[in-house]
Design a protein around this ligand. Structure first.
Ligand code: SAH
Ligand code: SF4
Ligand code: F3S
Length: 452
């Protein structure tokens, strides 16, 4: 496939972004070369998401734009990868002159072969899901990142079957990648100068490689490079191991930040969602987390307007969020997905305007909480990992605290990848504004903190 130029556009979750880096690697290995604009490519690949209706609409619109390019360039190949490929392959293929290849999340090794098939004038499809594929032996090629922070997939698929969620149908059964291959990838990233790694899976606490648990994996990761930071996403509240909380508390390079999706605040709703925990159990877990890890920052996912949601249940979601005081939340209006349990058994019966109103109440409250939490940060010192130049001004750098808060501060002579000690001087609901104190390191900053 030498000489061909490819362009990948990615939608959806971090896992999809990590997958695009695997596809990158497969195509480079095949002799193709990457370009950064669709207009320059011979092969355009769109890595897609099906989680909500609007995620799919965005992709359909984009594909129509590519159809225009196809008219101008008859040998252009357009492919759909990822969750939409898996979910609606027939629909995608039936659309004339829109798409040539369709590849599900477990079939990426096949892409070079599928591109060849298209050259023979056929449409090429592989959406087979696998029980084993983890792409463990493929070193992802990170062409679009900042060179400082990286994602590493530790497992694929999901066996949880939350009643609203399409992921188990698009990603297949859960499987874990061997621990040694994960640690090797982390070692390579450390050698390449990366400073932060986020370990990814749909439910990381069910990670299992023989005797090795997720807590063990996090511990081993923390040992690879004491100046490299680690985060993970997402754990499930139903089986969060205490052991991991203690490891996070002990290890300065395991971030004091946990994304712990609640989805809803009432036990009745959680039951309909097939989330096997109650409101009380969730709140107990949060209390335990906060008591074991001082200064812990939490984020969550929330769905507004799921089937049969009452005003009372909505109020309970608001009250749960108020009680926990998340530092960040991803908030969505429920979007019905075919094949899910909710689609088969329940009715999507909360009217659109009520969904919207509830979602906006949830968002407004959350913004107030964040503004308040961030204000409390004024005067505190943090260790920030510099990710790059601030979007707003070339004279400012931006990066995140251990607790995952975005910080901007004067550029001085700091560079991408530096750890900088800062003092927070101002805040908004989304960002901390800080005064840089000095260049530092994990070892130096947390030693001082331990003494204080
Ligand atoms: N595995 C992750 C979630 C992946 S999907 C976890 O369990 O944490 C990311 C988020 O999208 C979910 O947490 C949920 O809040 C939201 N989501 C999933 N299906 C949805 C749907 N049908 N409508 C609206 N939001 C949904
Ligand atoms: Fe979806 Fe639930 Fe699996 Fe997350 S844990 S991917 S919400 S089924
Ligand atoms: Fe979307 Fe698939 Fe991720 S549905 S959220 S890209 S697992």
């Amino acid at each position: 496939m030498a000489d061909k130029k490819f362009y990948i556009e990615t939608y959806g979750c971090q896992m999809n972004f990590a997958d695009s880096e695997i596809v990158n690697s497969i195509l480079l290995e095949d002799g193709m070369s990457p370009v950064h604009e669709a207009e320059q490519a011979d092969v355009i690949l769109v890595n897609t998401c099906s989680i909500r209706e609007n995620a799919e609409t965005k992709v359909w619109n984009r594909l129509k734009e590519f159809r225009q390019l196809k008219r101008e360039k008859s040998d252009l190949t357009v492919g759909v990868l990822g969750c939409m490929a898996e979910r609606i392959k027939d629909q995608i293929i039936e659309q004339e002159h829109l798409v040539d290849i369709v590849v599900g999340p477990d079939a990426y090794r096949d892409i070079p072969k599928l591109i060849e098939e298209v050259e023979d004038g056929r449409k090429a499809v592989n959406v087979l899901l696998s029980l084993e594929e983890t792409y463990a032996d493929i070193a992802p090629v990170r062409t679009t990142g900042n060179g400082v922070t990286a994602f590493v997939s530790i497992m694929r698929g999901c066996d949880n079957m939350c009643s609203f969620c399409v992921v188990p149908f698009t990603r297949g059964r859960e499987r874990s990648r061997p621990m040694e291959s994960i640690l090797n990838e982390i070692r390579q990233l450390s050698e390449q100068g990366y400073k932060e790694v986020t370990l990814l899976g749909q439910n990381v606490n069910s990670y299992k490689d023989g005797e090795n648990t997720f807590a063990k994996l996090m511990y081993e990761a923390s040992q690879v490079d004491p100046e490299m930071r680690f985060r993970f996403s997402s754990p499930h509240p139903k089986d969060f191991p205490d052991e991991l909380l203690h490891i996070i508390a002990e290890k300065p390079n395991l971030c004091n930040y946990i994304h712990i999706p609640a989805q809803a605040g009432s036990s009745s709703m959680l039951e309909r969602m097939r989330r096997p925990y109650t409101r009380e159990q969730y709140l107990e877990l949060v209390e335990k987390m906060k008591s074991i890890i001082p200064g812990l920052s939490l984020s969550t996912d929330i769905i507004a307007g799921f089937c049969d949601e009452t005003e009372e249940e909505h109020e309970q979601t608001l009250s749960l969020m108020k009680e926990v005081e998340y530092d960040l939340a991803y908030m969505f209006a429920y979007s019905e997905r075919e094949r899910t349990l909710a689609y088969r058994k329940f009715e999507d019966n909360v009217p659109e305007e009520i969904k919207k109103r509830r979602l906006s109440e949830i968002i407004t409250q959350q913004m107030d909480i964040q503004a308040k939490r961030n204000k409390e940060e004024i005067g505190r010192r943090h260790l920030v990992l510099v990710e790059g130049t601030s979007k707003r001004s070339d004279d400012q750098m931006s990066g995140r605290t251990d607790t995952n808060k975005m910080v901007v501060f004067d550029r001085m002579d700091f560079s991408k990848g530096d750890y900088v000690e800062v003092e927070v001087v101002d805040s908004t609901s989304a960002t901390l504004i800080a005064r840089p104190v000095k260049k530092s390191s994990i070892a130096e900053f947390y030693k001082k903190e331990a003494v204080a």
